[in-house]
Design a protein around this ligand. Structure first.
Ligand code: ADP
Length: 218
């Protein structure tokens, strides 16, 4: 089973690229942010315990994340998967490496989507997504508008804005990324797994660059 990790600041297009790549390679999309949001929606014990921290934009406890991920991976039947939003710090990366080693697996590609804070902020303000199929749009970026204002092109569901897509939470999310997640870039570079892609490009250009890295050997 192939595994691809996307490392990127908020709004660099991890979700959008994950969806495109999963469609092409028939992979499963695993977003730890989505797993957490689904716990919030269910109002589960985990949901209750993470609500506050998610609203501030800081990281949820590693144990919670790792147990949600193990649970998801245990039930996975597919060619491969894209990890979107995990690992988010060195502890998670090390725990994930151990988990793979125990199963005789290894990471195939780590794609770093590079984006400046200014550009990321601009994208966050207009971001809207489909709560049904996960498609992502941006009402401030012309080639990312939905065809019909506020409705999903794919399934017609009303689009929603994430609670944490506001300016204040964005600043914390971006700073948390720089402090906690960016050390992973060196970590995976040293393992010879890292590939960089300029995320200020259009979504199809980014997609083409990623597919030229992964290739069609899947
Ligand atoms: P973004 O990358 O745009 O910040 P995500 O959907 O990946 O959005 O994450 C939303 C929030 O969920 C994060 O701000 C954080 O609180 C929490 N989260 C997601 N993934 C992780 C993770 N691997 N470890 C800790 N917290 C996480």
């Amino acid at each position: 089973m192939k595994s691809v990790i996307l490392i990127a600041p908020p709004a660099a297009g991890k979700g959008t690229q994950s969806k495109l790549l999963c469609d092409l390679y028939n992979f499963e999309h695993i977003s730890t942010g989505d797993l957490l949001r689904s716990e919030l929606k269910k109002d589960s014990e985990i949901g209750k315990s993470i609500k506050e921290i998610m609203e501030t934009g800081k990281l949820v406890n590693d144990e919670i994340i790792i147990s949600l991920l193990i649970n998801k991976l245990n039930f996975l039947v597919c060619n491969g998967y894209i990890l979107d939003g995990f690992p988010r710090n060195l502890e998670q990366a090390i725990a994930y490496d151990k988990m793979l080693k125990n199963n005789g697996q290894s990471i195939d590609y780590v794609i770093h989507l590079v984006l400046s804070k200014e550009e990321a902020k601009k994208r966050i303000v207009g971001r809207i997504s489909c709560p049904n199929c996960g498609s992502i749009y941006n009402d401030l970026i012309k080639d990312s508008n939905p065809l019909l204002t506020n409705f999903c092109d794919k399934c017609g569901t009303s689009l929603v804005k994430r609670d944490d897509d506001n300016e204040e939470t964005f600043d914390v999310r971006f700073d948390t990324y720089v402090e906690e997640t960016s050390p992973l870039i060196n970590y995976y570079n040293n393992l010879g797994k890292l590939y960089e892609v300029d995320s200020s490009l259009g979504k199809m250009e980014i997609f083409n660059q990623i597919t030229s890295i992964i290739g069609d050997q899947i």
